[in-house]
Ligand binder design. Structure first.
Ligand SMILES: Cc1cc2nc3c(=O)[nH]c(=O)nc-3n(C[C@H](O)[C@H](O)[C@H](O)COP(=O)(O)OP(=O)(O)OC[C@H]3O[C@@H](n4cnc5c(N)ncnc54)[C@H](O)[C@@H]3O)c2cc1C
Length: 500
């Protein structure tokens, strides 16, 4: 009998892989994390693109679940673990850019300028969204049972807790939460507000990162999801992504875990439907009792395992997971004289504008009038651009990169005329870069779209929502499973808890 060198190998050092590794190492397991990039963090990373050009390259801002920060004793500032229910007033501003330069901060006081009625409704809207976010947060912390299979005591206990949270939410909020999930963001916001400017600004958060328009079914759910991850409308901890994953990597090591970077896993070694270890791109083989993959489910199951070792129906389901990346990032190093205020700024002037921006993606085209979300950190301006579909119908990303960069700068410069003259360096991250550099299949931010047919017990695959796979000892722990996406760490922690 061979004795494995490691109890658990974790593929990928994104925040979820690191969270899972830290929990397991803390339990005394011998853990090895393998990361293909030279740096840890996955999408939660701060990196340099030149002198003075250091930036959160991918994810714009957020925080881990406070209980994970506490469990792992992470030395993160309090704001790095903002609870979904923290008051909106404690957050950086969320600003809707207006063509006349009279930009609108989305809070009860400023909205009065546009509509007294909307300002009066805003606190009730925030109260409902915080409640809905809290319910979703509990759902994400719960390991979903493998319906329609029977479930064990641990899963049953989690479901009981979720049931209790729903019960405690009160009949009205519980019903409104369930009702909001399949609604369009527009429909949900129509119930609270009359001003299109206010509705569009809030709706933009519901489509942020998803290939959906605000008139699409299920954007009620994605609005609640992003509200939960941000703890409201605006991003927190901008410029500090690397601190989160560095703290996690240090925790893994402090508990005795090992992390190796610039190590690509080429395949997972499977014998008689049991995972035995991994084979690296350099040909080395490492064995372990359990393998956890934080790479996306399509990459893990179709590339690293391969269809030959999986049941045909499972392969079909895996192939059917919707990955539809349509986000590009444009980072601008400036001389600081760009004129852009701090906070989270949205180019989202109307619901129709956002829907039309999305229309382009449906036809494999880049939005000529894009939805942008902008954050600043020091002299760097970061632009989140939608929609820039991974799968371009008539062109390729090798050709279209410059077009997106120009569209982003021109669109933002229309609001801030000093922007162009302040630029000293720039960096585009296209959906193809997200795939090739950051390992995101089809540039999908969350390892699979968050849609109603891909959430709860249907994420990543109906009947396989408890982190297990048809391969014994192979588990999934990244954003593509229930608890992801976003940067809460729930998927990683749930997976660590679900191990035998
Ligand atoms: C542009 C962008 C903006 C975003 N904005 C936000 C936001 O504002 N708010 C929010 O909450 N979420 C946001 N997200 C989503 C969020 O960042 C992700 O859902 C989350 O970070 C994914 O974490 P993860 O650990 O599950 O996976 P990842 O961070 O993707 O980590 C997986 C790791 O596995 C590695 N890997 C993959 N394959 C292999 C292999 N074969 N061998 C070895 N290593 C491998 C990868 O290199 C990577 O480091 C954004 C994502 C993107 C891309």
């Amino acid at each position: 009998m061979t004795i494995n060198q490691y109890d658990t190998i974790i593929i990928g050092a994104g925040h979820n892989g690191l969270v899972a590794a830290a929990y397991l190492a803390k339990q005394g397991k011998k853990v090895l994390v393998l990361e293909r990039r030279a740096i840890v963090g996955g999408s939660v990373v701060t990196e340099s693109f030149g002198e003075g050009f250091t930036v959160d390259s991918v994810f714009a801002g957020g925080s881990l679940r406070p209980d994970i920060v506490k469990d792992l004793k992470l030395p993160l500032p309090k704001s790095a673990s903002t609870s979904p229910t923290a008051p909106l007033s404690a957050k950086p501003a969320f600003i809707s850019l207006q063509p006349d330069g009279n930009h609108l901060t989305i809070d009860a006081e400023s909205i009065k300028r546009i509509s007294e009625k909307d300002a009066a409704r805003f606190p009730e809207f925030v109260r409902f969204m915080d409640k809905a976010a809290s319910i979703l947060d509990t759902a994400y912390a719960t390991i979903m049972p493998r319906l329609p299979m029977n479930f064990g005591i641990r899963e049953g206990y989690g479901l009981l807790e979720l049931g209790l949270e729903l019960r405690l939410a009160g009949r009205k909020d519980m019903l409104n939460f369930i009702r909001a999930l399949p609604m369009t963001a527009q429909e949900l916001l129509d119930e609270y507000f009359e001003s299109d400017v206010v509705k569009a600004a809030i709706a933009s958060v519901g489509i942020h990162g998803f290939t959906l328009g605000p008139m699409g079914a299920g954007t009620g759910y994605t609005l609640i999801h992003n509200w939960m991850n941000r703890g409201g409308l605006s991003h927190v901890n901008v410029g500090k992504a690397g601190e989160i994953t560095q703290a996690l990597a240090n925790a893994v090591k402090s508990f005795g875990g090992e992390i190796r970077t610039e190590i690509e896993v080429k395949s997972i070694k499977v014998e008689s439907q049991i995972a035995k270890g991994v084979i690296l791109a350099n040909g080395e083989e490492i064995s372990a009792n359990q393998i956890l993959s934080s790479a996306d489910p399509k990459h893990t199951l179709l590339q690293l395992v391969g269809a030959q070792d999986l049941p045909p129906e499972f392969v079909w389901h895996t192939q059917s997971i919707k990955m539809r990346g349509s986000v590009a990032k444009i980072h601008l190093l400036t001389d600081g004289k760009h004129g852009i205020p701090e906070g989270t700024l949205a180019v989202a002037p109307s619901i129709k504008y956002l829907e039309r921006a999305y229309d382009a993606a449906k036809y494999g085209e880049i939005s000529e009038k894009p939805y942008l979300e902008v954050t600043t950190s020091g002299n760097v301006v970061s632009i989140h651009f939608q929609f820039a579909p991974y799968a371009l119908k008539k062109s390729s990303w090798q050709i279209e990169g410059l077009k997106v960069e120009k569209l982003a700068i021109d669109t933002l410069a229309a609001y801030f005329p000093n922007l162009k003259s302040s630029i000293v360096n720039r960096k585009l991250i296209s959906p193809l870069d997200l795939e090739q550099t950051y390992g995101l299949t089809e540039g999908d931010l969350n390892h699979g779209q968050l849609m109603l047919d891909q959430f709860l017990f249907m994420r990543p695959i109906p009947g396989w929502s408890n982190h297990k796979t048809p391969i014994d000892n192979l588990y999934l722990c990244g954003s593509g499973v229930h608890g992801g996406g976003g940067v809460s760490g729930a998927a990683g922690r749930n997976a660590a808890k679900s191990l035998k």
